[in-house]
Structure formats: structure tokens, C-alpha cells
Design a protein around this ligand. Sequence first.
Ligand code: ADP
Ligand code: MG
Length: 297
Amino acid sequence: MNNMQNLATELEVPLFSTSDLEFDVNSTIKYGSCSVVRKAFIPALSWTVAVKNYKQQDSNSYKNEMRILKKLNHENLLNLKGLLSDGDSLVVDWCSGPNLYEYFNSKFEQCYSKASTNELMNIAYQISNGMEYMHSMKIIHRDLKSKNVFLIGPSLQKGTRQWKVKIGDFNLAVALNDPNAQNIQTKCEGSLYWMAPEVINKNFINQQISDPYTFKSDVYSFGVILFELVTGEVPFKDLEPMAMVLKIGRREISLNPQSSSHASQEIIDLIKQCTEHKREFRPEFAQIKNLLSKIIE
Ligand SMILES: Nc1ncnc2c1ncn2[C@@H]1O[C@H](COP(=O)(O)OP(=O)(O)O)[C@@H](O)[C@H]1O
Ligand SMILES: [Mg+2]
């Protein structure tokens, strides 16, 4: 058996070859920081899937992501459908909508400008639902950001537009109880806005401090996503990114959204709690989910 077959057998997922797939020629190719993602159809199974192809030098991230995906099974997280025999590729569910970062961009069919508060809070609820499960499985995502939240839809439910949410991109995730887990270094580019102060501190200010990633660093990232959901933009966007990062790392500034049509006092308080400088004051996803479930009722 070759390597890929061994891996697929170990993970108990099918191993596809390129000839099993029909790549959609017209569909957009999406580029991540370490991968290229394409839409494909598997005629034998009638599955529409996404094929995430890693760049060669990222084979550790690739193996890490497939192992993490295999441990998880939840409606708000991407699901591993198989591996591809040629090249470092994962086969996962295809998400037909934009990612949540694109959703805020006015070029994207005015998703955000047409959103109701209920639509936005439903997205927030589903993210908290997926994250609560992930943490219950003792996995820290470590790169939670709107660019890694994928949307399916929209559909109309009781006259309101709604999306199905899938959290993805687990290549930096760590499983706390896995002795074989690899501690892959965070790529800093592109993730600055969602980084907790303790993570910034470690990456940019004081490298001596020990591992800053905890469940609570994911909660901080979620607080930033909640800020994006109620304002349509990332926080501190008027500051130059590096200046912003240093101010957050030194705990000189904190998120302070203004009340607006989408931001009730309850949600503003939740954003502030999730992004507290001191991580012990941040809530757990079970509490966040509980609060959001009452808001979307
Ligand atoms: N399953 C999917 N369905 C649709 N689009 C996807 C899917 N997975 C990823 N994408 C798109 O590809 C981009 C890069 O994927 P991601 O998993 O975040 O890779 P990277 O680790 O390189 O950042 C995402 O931001 C998203 O727009
Ligand atoms: Mg990504």
C-alpha cells in the first residue's frame, strides 16, 4: 500500500483519484494562505465537494487538518469526505455561498446590506454552536476568523433570509489530548484582527512567554467576528495594522462597538466580554450559545 492509501485506511475515508472527479470549469478557484480550493462533482456518489489542495511545503498542515477533521462530526463544522490519491488534497463538503469575510464586502451581491439582525444573529449562533462542540472535543481552532467561516445558501425561512454556517480551515488547530498532535506555528499574515492580546504578545512582543492558545483565545476571535456581524467591518480599521496590533498586545485599546440597528446593548456587552484583555473574564461557548439562542428565538 502506498502512503495515501495508508492514510485513507487509517482515517477510514475513501481515497479518490482525479478520474473520479469532474472539476467545475466555470467555478471560481479560491485561494487561501496555504491552499487552492476548487469545486468538483463525484458522479459515482452524486456528491458536490470542495477539493482543498495544499502547496507542497505545507504537508504538515495538511496532515494536521485531515486528522482534526476526522475527529469532528457536527453540522456547523466542515466534514471530511475523503482524500485524493495524487497530491496533498482533502475532499470536504462544498459551501455554495461566500465566506463570512466576503459576505461583508459590498461587491458580494450586497449580502450584508440586505441582512436582517435575525439573519446575522443566526450566523453568530451557529458559529457558537460549532465552537462549543469543538471545545467539548478538546480541540482549539487557533485561526477562527470570518475568512474561515463558510456559508451555504441562502434560503428563505419564515420569510427571512438565512444561511447555513460551516466553520473550516483546521490546519492550525490542536487537539489537547492527542499525544501525536503537532504544534504548527501560526502564520501571522491575514489573521491580525482576530488575534487575542495574549497571542499578539507572544508573536510580536515577548516570545519568551509560554503557549498563549487556550479555548479563551478562540472566544476572543469569536468576539471580533461578532463585532464584524453587527458593524459590517473589522475593528480599528482606521489604525495602521501593526500599530493596532501593538496597542492591543499592550492592552492599551479594547473593542467598543457603538449601539446601532444590529447592535443591542446585550450584544455590545457580549462583544466586550468575549474580547476582555484578561482571558479568565471571557465566557465559554456554552454561555455564549445560550444567550444567542434566546436572541434568535
Ligand atoms: N468547503 C468549501 N466550500 C467552498 N469554499 C471553500 C471551502 N473551503 C474553503 N473554501 C474557500 O477557500 C478559501 C481558502 O480555504 P481555507 O480552508 O481557509 O484555506 P487556507 O488554510 O489556505 O486559508 C476560503 O476562505 C473559502 O473562501
Ligand atoms: Mg483560511
